[in-house]
Ligand binder design. Structure first.
Ligand SMILES: NC(=O)c1ccc[n+]([C@@H]2O[C@H](COP(=O)([O-])OP(=O)(O)OC[C@H]3O[C@@H](n4cnc5c(N)ncnc54)[C@H](OP(=O)(O)O)[C@@H]3O)[C@@H](O)[C@H]2O)c1
Length: 285
């Protein structure tokens, strides 16, 4: 039997937005799935492994017998709380996306993992102005330097996050937004693509994945307002392509998902009103 039929896949971040879809789709395809989690869940179809990427606890046991790793864990304060604070423009924690990736790579090499699939974001380059993007790039670089057979999959911003960020602006009568192109994508589409990449014999940088439509941010914001029945004035800020790129506003280069922003909004009437996730954000943030 092929590895695909017999192998065990370890998913990190399996309790997160992307990770949950990833795990559901792997299970639906009949795969054996282990999830590394700080607080294991109760779904009996999953082989739960308790561990923490930031200090490496539990990783050795979690990787025992694993053939494929899909690293979908992250720590983004913006994604955690669902809105941006000034501090996010100056710093972001490295404990999960850099130190955690290093710990995971070391233990994966030791365990003889056959394919290490790393989830990243579109538009990363050393000139990025957002600290989170710089941290993601540092994590990617560790993967590239590793001796493991690796794949990196860059994804466009997820619909859930864009909806939370727009929701957090509801109290403002005017919405000043960069008039820059982006291509938001559904986590279900990213999960399906990641599984295809994990199964593929190809290694290295894969095509990026974005949603089916690349449009200026204010166009998506107007769709949000229309579907949520809100009236706000959009102020389009024209910024240079270079500056937009530094802020992470880019279209994805390659694979397109199928779920439109409009369809996603119609199917998710209630984006979270407060914090997006339960994980406490460290006090210094
Ligand atoms: N959000 C976006 O718009 C976007 C766009 C493109 C790419 N991505 C990438 O896609 C991936 C998933 O993003 P997401 O938005 O789905 O993330 P998310 O919902 O914030 O989930 C993060 C996951 O990481 C886990 N995690 C956090 N700290 C950990 C630690 N110390 N040890 C082990 N696990 C830890 C969390 O577990 P707990 O349940 O314990 O908190 C959770 O399962 C990331 O690589 C991200 O950079 C995201």
């Amino acid at each position: 039997m092929s590895n695909k039929e017999t192998g065990l896949t370890l998913v990190t971040g399996g309790t997160g937005h992307l990770g949950r879809d990833l795990v559901q789709q792997l299970l639906a395809a009949g795969r054996r799935v282990r999830v590394l989690a700080r607080q294991p869940g109760s779904d009996a179809r999953i082989d739960w492994a308790r561990g923490d990427l930031s200090n490496g606890d539990g990783l050795r046991d979690a990787l025992d017998g694993v053939t494929t790793v899909i690293n979908a864990a992250t720590f983004s304060p913006i994604a955690q709380r669902g809105y941006v604070r000034l501090i996010d423009l100056f710093r972001t924690p490295r404990a999960v996306d850099v130190d955690g990736t290093r710990h995971l790579l070391q233990e994966s090499e030791r365990a003889g993992v056959e394919h290490f699939v790393h989830v990243s974001i579109v538009g990363l380059d050393p000139k990025n102005s957002l600290p989170y993007n710089r941290v993601k790039l540092a994590g990617e670089n560790l993967v590239r330097q590793s001796d493991l057979p690796w794949s990196i999959v860059r994804a466009a911003p997820f619909h859930y996050l864009m909806a939370c960020l727009l929701r957090s602006m509801r109290w403002l009568p005017w919405w000043p937004l960069p008039n820059s192109v982006m291509q938001p994508v559904a986590t279900t589409d990213v999960a399906a693509y990641l599984i295809r990449c994990a199964d593929s014999p190809d290694r290295g940088m894969h095509d990026e994945i974005g949603g089916p439509e690349a449009k200026p941010f204010p166009v998506f914001a107007q769709q949000y307002l229309d579907i949520r029945g809100l009236r706000r004035r959009l102020i389009r800020l024209d910024i240079s392509e270079e500056k937009a790129r530094r802020m992470g506003f880019v279209a994805a280069n390659g694979c397109k998902g199928s779920v439109t922003w409009r369809d996603w909004l119609l199917g998710h009437a209630d984006e979270p009103k407060g914090k997006v996730r339960n994980t406490p954000i460290p006090p210094h943030m």
